[in-house]
Design a protein around this ligand. Structure first.
Ligand code: SAH
Length: 198
């Protein structure tokens, strides 16, 4: 389904994980016929499910591996969390925060329906991360911020990775922030377009 993502440098194991979670089950019924197009789609409440190539790029940049404990800010449809859940395996865990409780509930139902057991959906404001479950090997933010919240970098483990779109409503850069021995190293990956973190 997503073989073309190899052209974006997305590794095979990520593409395989994307094929496990059927994107059709994560979009509203009226968009079923577009579910496999490589475009973002509306999921209600003014929010969108990211385009498949963006999910592939974020999951690759996070370098997800077996056993990782991951925090996602912005559950949305739950698709990105479902792909990450496959990549971290049964020993890993995804905590995903969503501020719109209807979206969180629908995503939770999808995980139950699909038998995905290693995801916890938290309804709330992701700005401060999830200190009660920190630290995390990986943090993925799927809405843009103007400045990287310190609360998120402080919840990374040593050698942890944070992927986050930073900018304004016109221009955003997807940043990869790595924490090594307490120091943060930042890399700009590409220009992107996300909905805002509220
Ligand atoms: N990862 C999603 C795409 C999410 S779109 C997917 O795979 O479908 C971004 C989401 O971030 C939206 O659902 C929006 O409601 C949520 N969001 C925005 N600000 C937030 C905040 N402060 N805390 C938690 N979620 C937030």
């Amino acid at each position: 389904m997503y073989e073309h993502l190899e052209h974006y440098g997305v590794p095979k194991k990520v593409i395989e994980a994307m094929n496990v979670a059927d994107r059709k089950l994560f979009v509203p019924e009226e968009y079923s016929s577009s579910a496999y197009f490589d475009i973002p789609l509306p999921i209600g409440f003014g929010q969108t499910i990211s385009a498949p190539h963006m999910v592939g790029i974020m999951c690759s940049a996070l370098d997800l591996s077996n056993g990782d404990k991951v925090l996602e800010i912005g559950t949305g449809s739950g698709y990105n969390a479902a792909v990450m859940a496959t990549l971290v395996g049964d020993d890993g865990w995804i905590y995903t925060i969503e501020r719109i409780d209807e979206l969180a509930k629908i995503a939770k139902e999808r995980f139950e329906l699909l038998g995905i057991k290693n995801v916890t959906v938290v309804i709330g404001d992701g700005k401060k991360g999830l200190p009660e479950y920190a630290p995390f090997e990986k943090i993925a933010v799927t809405c843009y911020v103007r400045h990287v919240p310190k609360e998120l970098t402080s919840q990374l483990t040593n050698n942890g990775i944070l992927i986050i779109p930073v900018g304004d409503e016109y221009v955003q850069v997807l940043k990869k922030i790595m924490k090594v021995d307490g120091r943060l190293y930042e890399q700009d990956l590409m220009n992107v377009r996300f909905v805002p973190l509220i």
